[in-house]
Design a protein around this ligand. Structure first.
Ligand code: ZN
Length: 342
């Protein structure tokens, strides 16, 4: 039997004829990296290849590395295997990886979303025979509201909190979600303050994306100055002493997991906004169909349920174990899953 073009081994997704890994989770010689989130871009590889807009991001995160930046659709050949990167629409610099060898085409999505968020280059359909897809939100319960509506609700929430004399603390991943929120916050309402982790990432991204002005909160920042304004912070800042300085405040979080009833309350967040950098159920299904692929491999998320559904639709679908986490680093999905699936 012919060997598959990409195999899943203990280090990552491996292309043997090229001796190249995609998003490996253990140190390897040659690594193609889809995007800057920690579960996809790890430390310790000898050579990194990624989209050029992801280069400053992974350098910021990983320090001194040997990295080569590529353009969208730029073909690079390794031992007769053709590779190219295509927009995944997940966060700035996020790519799908197309691999072609002897007429056979495979695509790995990394993380992706179909909605144009105005920051990442929008997701592009890439035709292939085998499509390796994430399915972080691969349940019918996940159906996203358009970004403009979500951002309107967030700005309204900020406005109401301000009228009540309270500071709004909004949680989002420091890479991706934070800049997406920031771009659409209404600075007519007030000032935007940031936690250091987000401010540092903003500074890396500002040369590539136009973002509103932010003010870093330091030891010298007066409590009175922050009052009524908005503070952007990473989820890990929740419940820390750093946040007590903002009293009186209300907390909000923007995540796909907020679609689950109870997710907000269990995390002791005052307000949840459903906003994700991953595909919803319809986004996954429409993308898969558009690729024309017959073989589908599900890597992370609700893989078993989703691949079973795909088989019912007639696809040759299966699941492979990986160490990618999607939005799980931020929110623990298992506890919520029990509430939805009997
Ligand atoms: Zn990601």
């Amino acid at each position: 039997m012919k060997k598959p073009l990409l195999v899943f081994n203990d280090k990552g997704i491996y292309c043997a004829p090229a001796d190249v890994y995609i998003d490996p989770w253990r140190p390897v010689k040659n690594a193609i990296i889809t995007h800057g989130h920690a579960d996809h871009s790890r430390w310790g590889h000898q050579n990194y290849i990624t989209h050029h807009t992801n280069v400053p991001i992974i350098k910021h995160r990983l320090g001194v590395i040997h990295v080569t930046g590529k353009n969208w659709n730029e073909t690079f050949v390794v031992n007769n295997v053709k590779f190219s990167l295509h927009p995944a629409g997940h966060i700035i610099g996020s790519s799908q990886v197309r691999v072609e060898y002897k007429g056979e085409v495979w695509v790995f999505t990394g993380d992706y979303k179909t909605e144009d968020d105005g920051i990442a280059v929008p997701y592009e359909v890439v035709k292939c025979h085998t499509f390796i897809t994430e399915c972080t939100f691969g349940l019918p319960v996940f159906k996203w509201t358009p970004q403009t509506e979500v951002m309107h609700s967030i700005n309204q929430w900020w406005s109401e909190n301000k009228a009540e004399g309270k500071t709004s603390i909004l949680f989002g991943y420091s890479l991706g979600k934070a800049q997406r929120l920031l771009k659409y916050l209404d600075t007519n309402i007030g000032k935007i303050y940031t936690h250091g982790a987000i401010e540092n990432m903003n500074n890396v991204i500002r040369p590539m994306v136009e973002l509103p002005e932010t003010t870093l909160i330091t030891r010298e920042t007066k409590k009175e100055a922050i009052l009524g304004n908005l503070v952007l912070a990473p989820p890990s800042a929740h419940g820390t002493t750093w946040i007590r300085k903002m009293t009186p405040f209300v907390t909000g979080t923007a995540s796909g997991w907020m679609a689950f009833r109870g997710a907000r309350r269990r995390r002791a967040i005052d307000k949840g906004f459903v906003l994700s950098d991953h595909c919803d159920w319809d986004g996954l299904l429409s993308s898969i169909k558009a690729t024309g692929a017959e073989k589908i491999i599900c890597t992370h998320g609700y893989t078993d349920i989703f691949s079973k559904y795909l088989r019912e639709l007639g696809y040759d679908a299966r699941t492979e174990k990986t160490q990618y986490e999607g939005e799980n680093a931020e929110m623990n999905k298992e506890e919520d899953l029990e509430k939805v699936i009997p």
